[in-house]
Design a protein around this ligand. Structure first.
Ligand code: AMP
Length: 202
């Protein structure tokens, strides 16, 4: 059986996995990690509870570490879009755990709470931003964050984002980020609107 140590992940990530007590990749992790490490886009049919977050976060963190970059002020390298604040917060907590032995920094932004603290956090050289779509666009319009240097885009629970009416926000976000990027799209179901989004984004 595949072990995390067989996947070629950077040492600080393996150390974090050992600290978290993970030894064996889940099936989606064993499939997705090598694919994402090769720089390919991914369309994943996966539900929460399958280990999906580590499946996309670990290879992305690996690639960020392998290619250190200096960013313009308020620019981020990774954007992870999530339909709800609970999921966004949960993803960011996981990313912090996996990145705990690196200097990579993350933050999370979502609506329904005051914006000041989020704007200040974005001024702090953030590599990885987890966001809900509406609040993200508010903060882009306030010039609190720039999406012009994005290298990785993750659309998590894309079907739920469409159900919650985020289609226009997603279309606008797509116009703000570079065409040259790696895109990872996850959805529990694959109805036609998701397949359309996937073909537009991937
Ligand atoms: P997710 O589907 O990403 O929400 O992950 C579900 C839960 O499984 C989370 O609590 C993770 O911390 C945990 N988890 C993810 N990958 C592994 C793994 N390979 N071994 C053990 N636990 C894991």
């Amino acid at each position: 059986m595949t072990k995390f140590t067989d996947l070629g992940l950077a040492e600080p990530l393996l150390k974090a996995l050992a600290t978290e007590g993970y030894e064996t990749p889940t099936p989606i992790q064993a499939q997705a990690i090598p694919h994402i490490l090769q720089g390919r886009d991914l369309l994943g049919a996966a539900q929460t509870g399958t280990g999906k977050t580590a499946a996309f976060a670990l290879p992305m963190l690996h690639r960020l570490l392998a290619n250190p970059r200096r960013l313009s002020p308020r620019a981020v390298r990774v954007l992870i879009l999530s339909p709800t604040r609970e999921l966004a917060a949960q993803i960011e907590t996981s990313i912090r755990a996996y990145a705990q032995f690196t200097t990579l920094r993350s933050t999370v932004i979502f609506g329904g709470v005051p914006v000041g603290k989020q704007i200040r956090a974005l001024g702090d050289k953030i590599d990885i931003l987890v966001a809900t779509p509406g609040r993200l666009l508010d903060l882009v319009d306030q010039r609190a964050v720039s999406l012009r240097e994005i290298e990785f885009l993750v659309l998590d629970e894309a079907d739920q984002m469409l159900d919650l009416g985020f289609i226009h926000a997603l279309r606008r976000i797509a116009t703000l980020i570079p065409k040259e990027r790696q895109t990872l799209l996850f959805s529990a179901t694959m109805p036609k609107p998701i397949r359309d989004i996937a073909s537009a984004y991937l």
